[in-house]
Design a binder for this molecule. Structure first.
Ligand code: BES
Ligand code: MN
Ligand code: ZN
Length: 501
């Protein structure tokens, strides 16, 4: 989406719909008046009745006449500003642009947040607005015979005189980020009968060709030669061939010599395998490749933004199916790093496909990655622990965890750190093999992380369990119903600011 920036104050041009932001308890009477005298009374009434206070998430629409200079005015609340202001602006812009679309607007103009509490620079606000608006407008309609009629085609941000260029650059970056979040969403929303491992590999290839990263796909023969018995074990029951998708972004002007690897679970449909899942909500397991989708979306973002660090993205992609050829409880698999794994539950498959991808990243890749971050819809236990508010962050390295938490706080992708220690590691002991793929009851998210740790050697590593964040049943803020694209924003910001710990 093109986002244009206009150095102009409000009310000078014809604008089909204008969005004004309001901080909690800080009325914006003057701006409302500049949008058009016809809005004054309506605004005053909303404020008097307490129907618009500027609380975060609040959106109200005032309509004038069709030939007014501004026919539709959208008021969006920002709450109280503080550390999280980029996130509230992003969410408010998303909700506001949807309200404008519902009122039939095809073009929407944003006024940057104003007033004393505006803790945000014009550029940061513009980036958040463009990102939020693009992501907020997302709809997945590929399979609908009748598409929605309403559509917003142009976004404009009003800037102060002299700052247009800088604000334009920031808005472009925000729009790119929003579009890459949507790339991940579409991969996630595609059903399992379309989004196979082969499809994911083709999509990665096409995105790399278009935006500037190289894609190499390892086929099952190559995986066998490399000894990836863990990934191949999971895929054994599927007629769809597994793929290990390896993407490389080379910066044109490197800011650092380091390579950072990001690894995403690309389980294109998780039936549970022989340890089969119950039927209720099993359809949601088409989203079990959302970690992989976030990695592909992030590769697209870093290439389009031209960041200064070399990034390798790895997506182990497979189905998990019950079948005569499927792996079974009790089977012992051997991963690429030689470790043997007793399969006690074929539904704990995510860690098995990640094991070989992580071992590949730490032992085969040249140059060696300085850090590895994996993203996975790994455990139902994470949904129990953190719900739909945070993804879990588990790491063996303090500086890496800190950088991820920093990137998280301003990106809107919320992370909450959880522990890893010998107590959890011991729960994976097996009488028959080096490791069991199942922990003893309790803390399933942490024993899953402790399992993955066996495959990263001494490389600084962090694991993000995004099981509660990867998809949603309701549209709110920048999230739209279905896959959320969670992870693209935090990983992109993390990689933009990467420094060796
Ligand atoms: N993909 C699931 C985890 C999941 C479940 C994500 C529900 C989001 C919502 C994963 O492969 C899985 O099945 N995990 C098992 C692990 C268990 C067998 C140790 C789980 O969480 O039940
Ligand atoms: Mn599973
Ligand atoms: Zn799974």
């Amino acid at each position: 989406m093109e986002v244009s920036v206009r150095e102009s104050s409000l009310g000078r041009h014809k604008d089909e719909a204008v969005v004004l932001f309001q901080l909690a308890g800080t009325p914006i009477r003057k701006s409302v008046g500049s949008a058009g005298a016809q809005f004054r009374a309506g605004y005053d009434t909303l404020v008097r009745r307490g129907a618009f206070t500027g609380a975060a998430g609040q959106v109200r629409t005032l309509t004038g006449k069709r030939d007014d200079r501004v026919p539709t005015l959208v008021l969006a609340g920002l709450g109280r500003q503080g550390d999280q202001s980029r996130n509230t602006v992003r969410d408010a812009a998303a909700a506001a642009v949807r309200a404008a679309r519902d009122h039939g607007a095809s073009s929407v103009t944003f006024v940057l947040p104003e007033g004393r509490g505006a803790a945000l620079s014009a550029t940061r606000a513009a980036e958040a607005i463009a990102d939020g608006a693009v992501a907020g407008l997302y709809r997945f309609e590929i399979y609908k015979s009748e598409k929605s009629k309403s559509a917003v085609e142009t976004l404009t941000i009003l800037a102060g005189s002299g700052e247009g260029k800088r604000v334009q650059r920031a808005a472009n970056e925000g729009a790119i980020l929003g579009e890459c979040v949507c790339v991940a969403r579409t991969l996630g929303n595609e059903p399992g009968n379309t989004a196979t491992p082969t499809f994911l590999a083709e999509q990665a290839q096409a995105l790399g060709d278009e935006h500037g990263f190289a894609t190499h796909v390892l086929e099952e023969d190559e995986m066998r030669d490399l000894g990836m018995g863990s990934l191949l074990g999971v895929s054994a029951g599927s007629v769809e061939p597994a793929k290990l998708i390896a993407m490389t972004y080379e910066p044109k002007r490197a800011r650092s010599k380091d390579t950072v690897a990001i690894v995403g679970k690309g389980l294109t449909f998780d039936t549970g395998g022989i340890s089969i899942k119950p039927a209720n909500k099993m359809e949601d397991m088409k989203f079990d490749m959302c970690g992989g989708a976030a990695v592909i979306g992030t590769m697209t973002a870093v290439a389009r933004l031209g960041i200064g660090t070399r990034v390798v993205g790895l997506v182990p992609a497979s189905e998990n199916m019950p079948d005569a050829a499927a792996y079974k409880p009790g089977d012992i698999l051997r991963a690429m790093n030689g470790k043997t794994i007793e399969v006690r539950n074929t539904d704990a498959e995510g860690r098995l496909i990640l094991a070989d991808a992580l071992a590949y990243a730490t032992t085969k890749m040249r140059p060696r990655p300085r850090a590895i971050v994996d993203l996975a819809t790994l455990t139902g236990a994470c949904v129990v622990a953190l719900g739909d508010q945070n993804a879990a962050l588990i790491s063996n390295n303090e500086p890496l965890a800190d950088q991820l938490l920093d990137a998280s706080s301003s990106s809107g992708d919320a992370l909450w750190r959880m522990p890893i220690n010998d107590g959890y590691r011991k729960q994976l002991d097996s009488p028959y093999a080096d490791l069991s793929n199942l922990g003893t009851p309790g803390a399933g998210t942490l024993t899953a992380a402790a399992f993955l740790e066996n495959f990263v050697g001494k490389v600084p590593w962090a694991h993000l369990d995004i099981a509660g964040m990867a998809w949603t049943s309701k549209t709110a803020g920048t999230f739209t119903k279905g896959a959320t694209g969670f992870g693209v924003r935090v990983m992109t910001r993390f990689l933009q600011h990467w420094k060796r710990g």
